[in-house]
Design a protein around this ligand. Structure first.
Ligand SMILES: Nc1ncnc2c1ncn2[C@@H]1O[C@H](COP(=O)(O)OP(=O)(O)OP(=O)(O)O)[C@@H](O)[C@H]1O
Ligand SMILES: [Mg+2]
Ligand SMILES: [Mg+2]
Length: 495
């Protein structure tokens, strides 16, 4: 029991359980598709196995195991030679078998870590374990929230989707750290190609939080197991985003602090994050492990991964790739980070950096392209089959056939909006760089038609030259070089 008093300084302690949907074609124990079809009705992708009908047998999906091993390697975890499945028993309508097939004392990954950086401070978050399990079906509370709904509908399309549950050590000391962790984790999972962040509900978080007396925190920042066990924690469910985690936990820190200040004890309980109201509400007292009556899943033999795990390779991960970009291409931290924020962006950049100067490639991809994509709410995946067109655009600028300004503000934008290739746009908009004769003619024209500006210039008003440059730029459709125009004008007016 907690013996916190109002006067004691309290440290925030948080541990996460992150449920990650794996991107496999079929479900974890049957051949049903994991891919929702357009306008599909409820229970469209189900079979006797994922509906939990008596006598139906599970068959383990090899792809799900491979994905879990990749995650284990990326988190620097141990993948044991042999791993087993258990039944976790509970009664809830989203689970027709009344047990969930999961892993218990021999998970597929144990003892890993993930480094995060919050406001320049690096911290390593311990990963206790990561195990495979099946997703239950989904519930739809009709006519209200989970508390007020008149009735609830069940859809088993999600039932049997492969999940990896990643359990962290209680290493977080603030809600902001959990947000950084989840963002980093998502980045790593996407690099591994095992996860799709855009899918609804593909990352779901349970957050455990307690307050412990500051005096229990050791000088190295760790907290002894007995102090952790003694603190009453709440487990907040129904969190589905990084920001949701930070907000729910910030709310919970305040709620628990208030309880302590008023001399009340924090209840050990499960709470529900109500996103729309921005509060957590009590659901039930926390179930304990013994409530689940775990026992071995007799329908699935133990899995030997000893001779297989070595052959499962993972790609270069974001941190390593960012460091390499800094060294190999001499990029600043900021553009190296932008360019490695997804594997597709990094690949796209590296293709371009093979042909062009890395600095030029970085400016075009990190600033121009990503900026324009972001503005349009588009992602790199919508253009990564147009690498060749993009290279031709940079080539036009590099060869002085197109000004950088026109390339950026006209051609690139049209490429994204109209889907046309750069040459077509240059031709249609008449954007080729003007030749010397054309520029000279435009200079003459501007001088002839603006005698007042010319007079102002001769009276010593240097601002008049800018006006004239603008006139020439207009006449050449922006295809002249402003510096060159300026020099030509001065030459002509002085001469
Ligand atoms: N004092 C504490 N304060 C906050 N978090 C804690 C504390 N002690 C443990 N935790 C965290 O609680 C989580 C425990 O998760 P675990 O799945 O092992 O148990 P559980 O929540 O009881 O089980 P489940 O939710 O799967 O039924 C871990 O993320 C751990 O870091
Ligand atoms: Mg758990
Ligand atoms: Mg839990």
């Amino acid at each position: 029991m907690s013996t916190q008093t109002a006067r004691e300084e309290l440290a925030v302690v948080i541990g996460l359980e992150v449920h990650v949907q794996l991107e496999t074609d079929t479900k974890i124990f049957c051949g049903c598709s994991t891919e929702p079809t357009e306008d599909e009705g409820p229970n469209a992708r189900t079979c006797p196995t994922c509906l939990g009908l008596p006598g139906a047998l599970p068959v383990l999906n090899e792809g799900a195991v491979e994905a879990a091993v990749k995650i284990g390697k990326a988190l620097d975890a141990d993948v044991p030679e042999r791993t087993t499945f258990h039944r976790k028993n509970y009664y809830y309508p989203d689970l027709p078998k009344n047990f969930q097939i999961t892993q218990y004392d021999a998970p597929i990954c144990a003892d890993g870590e993930l480094e995060i950086s919050v406001e320049g401070t690096r911290r390593s978050i311990g990963i206790t374990r990561a195990h495979l399990e099946e997703d239950p079906g989904s519930l739809r509370h009709e006519g209200g929230s989970i508390e007020t709904a008149e009735y609830t509908l069940i859809d088993y399309n999600r039932a049997g989707t492969p999940l990896v549950e990643i359990v962290t050590e209680p290493d977080f000391r603030s809600p902001a750290e959990t947000r950084a962790f989840l963002a980093k984790l998502e980045e790593v999972l996407e690099y591994l190609g095992v996860f799709d962040a855009n899918r609804d509900g593909s990352l779901r978080v349970d957050a455990n939080i307690s307050l412990v007396p500051e005096s229990a925190v050791e000088s190295d920042g760790s907290i002894p197991a007995d102090a952790l066990a003694e603190a009453n924690r709440t487990e907040v469910k129904n969190i589905s985003s990084h920001r949701g985690a930070e907000k729910a936990l910030a709310y919970e820190v305040t709620r628990q602090r208030n309880a302590v200040r008023r001399g009340r004890e924090v209840e050990q309980e499960t709470r529900h994050w109500d996103e729309s109201r921005g509060i957590t509400v009590s659901m039930r007292s926390k179930e304990e492990e013994k409530d689940y009556r775990y026992f071995r899943e007799g329908d699935l033999p133990a899995l030997e991964v000893s001779d297989w795990r070595e052959s499962i390779a993972i790609p270069e991960l974001p941190d390593a790739r960012r460091e390499r970009f800094r060294e190999e291409y001499g990029l600043e931290e900021e553009s190296a980070s932008k360019l490695t924020s997804s594997r597709e962006i990094a690949d796209f950049f590296e293709e371009i950096a093979e042909t062009f100067d890395p600095d030029l490639a970085a400016t075009w991809v990190a600033d121009n392209l990503l900026g324009e994509l972001h503005y349009r709410d588009m992602g790199i995946l919508e253009v990564d089959d147009r690498l060749d067109e993009f290279e031709r655009l940079i080539e036009l600028v590099d060869e002085d056939e197109l000004t950088a300004k026109n390339a950026e503000e006209v051609v690139l934008r049209e490429m994204l909006d109209a889907g046309e290739d750069p040459e077509t746009i240059v031709e249609r908009e008449g954007l080729g760089t003007a030749d010397t004769g054309e520029v000279e003619a435009a200079v003459e024209g501007a001088i002839e038609e603006n005698p007042e500006a010319v007079a102002d210039y001769h009276d010593g008003d240097d601002g008049a030259i800018n006006f004239l440059v603008g006139q020439v730029m207009q006449r050449t459709g922006g295809s002249a070089d402003p510096g060159e125009v300026n020099a030509l004008l001065r030459d002509r007016l002085e001469g």
